[in-house]
Design a protein around this ligand. Structure first.
Ligand code: X2X
Length: 350
């Protein structure tokens, strides 16, 4: 009995010692340099039902892995750190309210006029054109602009080519847009583009857009197909879809400059490599079922009873012509040199 009790006691002592050992070695493994915070905040607009939010999850996971847990990040989707107002996100990153973000060029364009480049109507005809910009000199120049604004850009991702949907009728010509109430987001460039086409644009956040579509307060919207599907827009009356590829929004992975500077060079490199990998995976995901020979997503949309209108070259030309004055005006605002460089980079891929 006595011996038994003793044996039991020493067994418990062993367990306790063992547990301390694990804790001690765990702490040694994740030794966190001075100045690191327990948690950093990553902002996105869309959540984990979308490729965009999934990119956030993936970046977080890869950073944790590559820094052995020294850098822990939490995802705040729905732009919840700025009350859902995606056009305030960039300012909040600069102010340090947000530590990291994967943001759309559209949402940051009110503060960074150069990012309106991707919203110039019909600048980029296809994915090759988009890649020519983000993966080339133009992309580097845009990153330099961000860096001058205290935000460290690390990698490109993708929301996608933005296609037009509405609840009223098929749209194959500018005249079909006449009087349609369309939700748009971001810079005044969108208002001017849709006004030039005869539509009635109204600016609102994504959070407000979904109830506005459901109640019929607006007739239509423009977003990439991955968003159209994951947000189930056909269930809120969006029965007519026009594939016109008029603009696309890449995503940019960034870190607030002070946060960046608080990390060791090795951890900065780990965060950068994680962003590059998550960005590549995000681009693949954003194009899946939409691009090239894989049109599974389009088939799914058509099967759900949505009319899909594909423009002929002639029909597309009518939209290009109607929006040309807006293009020219905004090219000057964005910077004539940058736009010329972009046009040349696209032309070189044709
Ligand atoms: O609000 C939109 O339309 C969205 C989700 O695509 C962006 O954040 C630009």
């Amino acid at each position: 009995m006595q011996r038994n009790r003793f044996a039991r006691r020493s067994f418990v002592a062993c367990l306790v010692a063992g547990a301390f050992g694990v804790l001690a070695s765990g702490a040694a493994q994740a030794e966190v340099p001075a100045g690191y915070r327990a948690e950093y905040r990553l902002s996105t607009t869309l959540g984990t039902a979308f490729p965009w939010g999934q990119a956030g999850e993936r970046w977080i996971e890869l950073v944790k892995e590559k820094t052995q847990g020294r850098i822990n990040i939490k995802l705040y989707s729905g732009n919840s750190l700025v009350g859902g107002d995606q056009t305030r996100e960039f300012t909040a990153i600069r102010q340090g309210v947000i530590d990291l973000s994967i943001g759309s060029t559209i949402n940051w364009s009110p503060q960074i006029k150069e990012l309106n480049l991707f919203s110039l109507p019909f600048l980029m005809p296809d994915y090759k054109a988009m890649d020519a910009l983000t993966q080339g000199e133009v992309g580097k120049e845009l990153f330099a602009v961000l860096e001058k604004r205290d935000v460290i850009p690390l990698a490109w991702g993708e929301n996608g080519f933005r296609e037009l949907s509405n609840s009223k009728r098929a749209v194959a010509a500018p005249a079909d847009l006449k009087g349609l109430k369309l939700r748009v987001v971001g810079s005044p460039l969108y208002n001017e583009t849709f006004t030039a086409l005869g539509a009635n644009p109204t600016q609102m956040s994504w959070a407000d857009a979904q109830p506005a579509l459901a109640s019929g307060a607006v007739d239509g919207q423009e977003n990439p197909l991955s968003v159209f599907v994951a947000a189930k827009l056909p269930t809120v009356g969006q029965k007519h879809l026009t594939l016109w590829h008029y603009v696309a929004d890449p995503l940019i992975f960034v870190v607030n400059k002070n946060v960046w500077n608080s990390w060791t060079p090795a951890d900065r490199e780990a965060v950068r490599q994680a962003a590059l990998q998550a960005g590549r995976e995000n681009v693949d995901k954003a194009r899946k079922g939409i691009a090239g020979n894989d049109t599974a997503v389009l088939k799914q949309i058509e099967a759900s009873g949505v009319t899909v209108t594909r423009l002929t070259a002639e029909q597309r030309a009518a939209f290009v012509q109607a929006t040309r004055p807006v293009y020219d005006k905004w090219a000057r605002q964005i910077g004539a040199d940058l736009v010329k460089k972009a046009e040349a980079a696209i032309a070189a891929k044709r």
